[in-house]
Design a protein around this ligand. Structure first.
Ligand SMILES: Cc1ncc(C[n+]2csc(CCOP(=O)(O)OP(=O)(O)O)c2C)c(N)n1
Ligand SMILES: [Mg+2]
Length: 587
């Protein structure tokens, strides 16, 4: 502990008349006052003492090896708890390392606050070349929901209150808070400091939908012959689990969960139409979107996926869209009944209107879906039962699927291309907010940050299913996992590369193809360097044994699961997004 910190902590009530506080303490006090008990970060000038003193003050400080991973941890902690996750970094390069996570949080509507120390304003603004000089506020602004800078210690309370409100109110997102080095050292009378703090009252106020908008939505739903509900990540975030389930069950309408809404209702629910997705999207006549945006993940609500004649044509659906942002409707196609408000309030209002006597959807619609589902699930069961050598995605995921079923409390982190797509479609989730993945951007690198935060926030075991490429983006955090002794079981689906391991260099030169890694790499050895458990698994039986043991022991574990290097496809399920030149190949 620094002498400053020791002095601070040893201040007795008797000395209260001269009791002073400082910028460091004000930041810690402001966070604690607002129920923030964890900081994800990476120390260095000017925030090293802030990390020490936060820990001394009882805040849990999780120290990472790279700021991007700390940022991703903060973001997913925000998603899981509805409290803004805090990522703390040093200036310029540390800030920039955290910025990708901040931008990703904003894109995904995860509430987080990137708090970065910064260099001396006078020097930065005159561009005189300070240590880690950068106008961080200006850089952050276009990439987040709001950005603030605090110059005076007495404004720290306001700065943190504004950051919290911006992060969690309305549509949640990433917020940047710039704290210049000089701020931390400023002192002020402790009593004045205490009075300048703000405990934010009702940081995410409910937004009640208008009655006529609810009525319009209900009318549309009532007239539907082939209705469908789409549950998005926003619905999972809302923590309105019981009401959302009641909405689905009381109406009897089939539903599709988006990736991170899996488990909001158990994926095995009879009304889940996930296994008949390609049938229900084009066939539905009224679609109710609950916290789901019509972005690329839903093919923008148009094109062949939705029954349109070509990739730009609209299908015939009418849409009801529940969203907290009044600007979301009509972003891609016409929304016939926008319902603006927080998801909990909107769903509660709909439920009240639906009552007990709502007519279930026509039987022919439900039967047609059930038939497709049955057929597809049967086909998948056949594929999963095969036991090829080497192991492929399916035979490995058959194991993961059973392990997750037996451990429904565990969080499932997932990234990769094939490793992502196959896991999403094969592994059922049973509880809300347990599936944490690459989200709106399909970004690689969230894996270990998400895994650390999920373990810290939930106290439950975490299973991370990682493509070997995906893992590489955050792999050094296995040291963090070991250091904090977190119950994380990382499973690397090692197919020797990005998408597959079979590409060859067409020139015949010594460099391998751009998508190919060292063949037969032993990722399991990495975690052993830090005292964790490493396992090399080449069969489903070995994988099963290792995962069961990891979940039982709660020891940090990394399983190198060897997957057939020919098994994957280019970009997984989104091959079509790769640009194809119209130019004829000459060779
Ligand atoms: C930050 C970032 N960089 C690059 C990509 C492009 N990309 C998409 S998936 C992927 C890796 C796929 O390989 P792997 O994780 O091994 O999964 P596999 O398909 O082999 O199972 C990459 C590099 C991305 N999505 N995000
Ligand atoms: Mg791979």
């Amino acid at each position: 502990m620094t002498t400053d910190a020791a002095r601070q902590l040893s201040t007795t009530p008797d000395a209260q008349s001269q009791e002073m506080t400082d910028g460091f303490q004000m930041v810690i006090d402001a966070l604690k006052l607002n129920g923030i008990d964890t900081i994800f970060g990476l120390p260095g000038i000017p925030i090293t003492d802030l990390t020490r003193r936060a820990q001394a003050a009882g805040v849990r400080v999780i120290s990472f090896r790279h700021e991007q991973n700390a940022g991703n941890a903060a973001a997913i902690a925000g998603f899981m708890t509805q409290k803004p996750g805090i990522c703390l970094t040093v200036s310029a390069p540390g800030f920039l390392n955290g910025l990708t996570a901040l931008a990703n949080a904003t894109t995904n509507c995860f509430p987080m606050i990137l708090v970065s120390g910064s260099s001396e304003r006078e020097i930065v603004d005159l561009q005189q070349g300070d240590y880690e000089e950068m106008d961080q506020l200006a850089v952050a602004k276009p990439l987040c929901k709001a950005a603030f800078r605090v110059l005076h210690a007495e404004d720290i309370g306001v700065g943190i209150a504004r950051a919290i409100r911006a992060a969690v109110s309305g549509r949640p997102g990433g917020v940047y808070l710039d704290l210049p080095a000089k701020l931390f050292a400023q002192t002020l009378d402790a009593e004045a400091g205490r009075k300048a703090l703000i405990k934010v009252v009702d940081p995410a106020p409910r937004q009640i939908p208008a009655r006529d908008a609810v009525q319009r939505a209900l009318e549309l739903l009532k007239g539907a012959k082939r209705p469908l509900i789409v549950l998005g990540k926003g619905a999972a975030y809302a923590q309105a689990d019981a009401d959302i389930r009641a909405l689905v069950e009381n109406t009897g309408i089939p539903y599709l969960p988006m990736s991170m809404a899996k488990g909001l209702l158990p994926d095995t629910h009879e009304q889940s139409a996930a296994a008949a997705r390609s049938y229900v999207l084009p066939e539905a006549d009224v679609v109710m979107l609950v916290g789901a945006r019509l972005n690329w993940l839903l093919s923008h609500g148009k094109g062949k996926t939705w029954g349109g004649k070509d990739h730009k044509a609209w299908g015939g659906q009418k849409f009801i869209q529940i969203d907290i942002s009044p600007q979301e409707a009509d972003s891609n196609v016409r929304i016939d009944a926008p319902l603006v408000g927080d998801i909990g309030s909107c769903v509660a209002a709909l439920l009240a209107g639906i009552g007990a006597n709502w007519a279930k959807p026509p039987a022919d619609w439900l039967t047609a879906i059930a038939e497709r589902k049955g057929k597809n699930i049967g086909k998948m069961a056949e594929t999963l039962a095969k036991n090829p050598t080497p192991m492929n995605f399916h035979s490995a995921l058959n194991v993961v699927r059973d392990i997750v079923k037996a451990n429904p409390d565990a969080c499932l982190v997932n990234e990769g291309a094939n490793a992502l797509d196959f896991t999403r479609s094969i592994v059922d989730m049973y509880q809300p907010r347990k599936r944490l993945d690459v989200g709106t951007w399909g970004v690689m690198g969230v894996g270990m940050g998400f895994a650390v935060a999920a373990a810290v926030v939930s106290g439950q075991p975490v299973i991370a299913i990682e493509g070997d490429s995906a893992f590489g983006f955050s792999g050094m955090e296995v040291e963090t996992i070991c250091r904090y002794n977190l119950p994380v079981c990382v499973v690397i689906f090692n197919n020797n590369g990005v998408y597959r391991g079979t590409d060859v260099n067409p020139t015949g030169g010594p460099d391998v193809a751009p998508t190919v890694f060292v063949k037969g790499a032993r990722y399991d050895k990495l975690i052993e360097a830090f005292g964790g458990v490493g396992v090399h698994a080449t069969t489903p039986a070995e994988l099963c044994k290792a995962m069961e043991e990891a979940l039982r022991s709660r020891k940090p574990t990394l399983i190198n699961a060897v997957i057939d290097e020919t098994a994957g496809t280019e970009s997984g399920r989104i091959t079509s997004l790769n640009p194809q030149s119209a130019k004829k190949k000459t060779s």
